[in-house]
Design a protein around this ligand. Structure first.
Ligand code: HEM
Length: 414
């Protein structure tokens, strides 16, 4: 057994047992971050903070929420919103954070795509990020069900129905997921468990993994320069801080992050106090009613783009039914981002503005995602249906063309 001497401070006592000084060095004071990064690199810390807000506000909501089809709606809309002191505040904080977190996730993902931060050793960062995206999506979907309003019920109905399209086992799968033939009490209680227990735990583990995957390849930078971290760190440690291209995560870099975080929190609380309604669908203030289908059923804004890819195929093509085509396109849209590091055939990490064809590809992707999101909420009739169809086809084509475009960019550079 190791020898322990009398410690002179709490820090020393902990260091003897947990080697906290070495840990502190590796993860904080000698965790090197490039100087050449902008506010977009603060999104990760914003995401971690917003997740923290979701957990804390969620804990307070859970104290009064009742996962029972007869009680859920009133426990949210009456007990929490009207009876519990500051219940409204926690509900608004939770609802707004759930919406805003997706906005930041999308900015964070698009930043990664723009700067090519998913390749050349950063593949695991990307994959762990995508796993976070999928788990956050599941958390968003399960949480939306809990108030048991009309949209909670019918969105759950539509989305669980999609699993019916899985070959051979589809029908049985839908019943298995719902725990009943219909979306019912058993569905609500299992989604409650997922939302308040299993998914948050998985997210915490994935955030740990995501942070760890950053440690070896280091974060990318604005010019995608391949930095010699050892040499630059030496410069910094020997006092040559101005010349060095890197800064330590703690306390230097974190102060930049905290500045961006401060601005974000002002914006976030402004929404919480003055514009929370954007995060709450008016139809969801009516209790769930299996006998009355709302005129238009649509998910929350952050799922609209993939929902529109699903709906875009509204007619049969080559003997394949519109439903099956939509499902395949939906599966494609949700899976394709996972393999992005391998679809990009340009072996060099460069920002999009130094890759002419990729630059155009990137902005068409952004425009297409915006079109899909806007049309995803409109009734899919007449011209709207065709806009949805072309936007869905464009999305698929973009990813089919990506390997050729990226290869061409590399060849042109020589
Ligand atoms: C939702 C929870 C997430 C958290 C808490 C998180 C956190 C972070 C942090 C702290 C960083 C380092 C600094 C920065 O670039 O912001 C980072 C980098 C990165 N994240 Fe995430 N992230 C999350 C989700 C995602 C998602 C959904 C993706 C994409 C699929 C992703 C992909 C990346 C990539 C590629 C980098 C490296 C950026 C670079 O090297 O420049 N992350 N993340």
């Amino acid at each position: 057994m190791a020898k322990f001497e009398k410690a002179n401070s709490v820090g020393e006592w902990l260091d003897q047992r947990l080697n906290v000084k070495a840990f502190n060095k590796i993860m904080m004071t000698e965790y090197w971050i490039p100087k050449d990064i902008n506010f977009l690199w603060a999104m990760g810390v914003l995401l971690a903070t917003t997740f923290g807000i979701l957990v804390i506000s969620g804990l307070f909501l859970m104290m009064y929420y009742k996962p029972d089809v007869n009680l859920a709606f009133n426990s949210v809309n009456y007990t929490i919103m009207q009876e519990v002191a500051f219940g409204w505040l926690f509900r608004h904080m939770h609802g707004v954070a759930a919406s805003v977190v997706f906005l930041i996730i999308y900015i964070h993902m698009l930043t990664g795509i723009y700067y090519g931060s998913y390749k050349q050793g950063r593949e695991m960062i990307w994959i762990s990020g995508m796993l976070l995206f999928v788990t956050f999506s599941a958390a968003g979907f399960s949480g939306y069900m809990l108030p048991w309003g009309q949209m909670s019920y019918w969105a759950a109905m539509v989305i669980t129905n999609l699993f019916g399209g899985v070959p051979f086992i589809g029908d049985a799968l839908v019943v298995w997921i719902r725990g009943d033939f219909n979306v019912a009490d058993a569905t609500l209680t299992r989604f409650f468990m997922l939302h308040v227990f299993l998914l948050p735990i998985v997210i915490m583990g994935l955030i740990g993994l995501h942070f760890y995957t950053l440690r070896i390849p280091h974060v990318n930078n604005q010019s995608s320069e391949d930095i010699d971290y050892d040499a630059e760190a030496q410069k910094y440690l020997s006092g040559n801080k101005k010349e060095s291209k890197v800064i330590p995560f703690w306390p230097v870099f974190i102060s930049k992050d905290l500045a961006v975080l401060g601005i974000f929190l002002i914006f976030y609380f402004y929404l919480v106090f003055f514009h929370y309604s954007f995060a709450m669908d008016p139809i969801n203030f009516e209790p769930a009613n299996p006998m009355v289908t709302p005129a238009h059923i649509y998910p929350e804004w952050y799922f609209l783009w993939s929902y529109e890819v699903l709906r875009g195929f509204f007619f049969d093509i080559a003997g394949i039914s519109a439903f099956n085509l939509g499902l395949m396109a939906f599966a494609f849209a949700n899976g394709i981002f996972f393999v992005l590091p391998w679809l990009d055939r340009d072996s060099k990490v460069l920002p999009a503005h130094k890759r002419p064809l990729f630059f155009i590809w990137f902005w068409i992707l952004v425009a297409d995602l915006i079109v899909l999101t806007i049309w995803g909420k409109l009734p899919p009739t007449g011209t709207n249906a065709w806009v949805g169809f072309f936007a869905a086809i464009t999305f698929i084509l973009l990813f089919v063309l990506l390997p050729f475009i990226t290869k061409k960019d590399q060849e042109r550079r020589g």
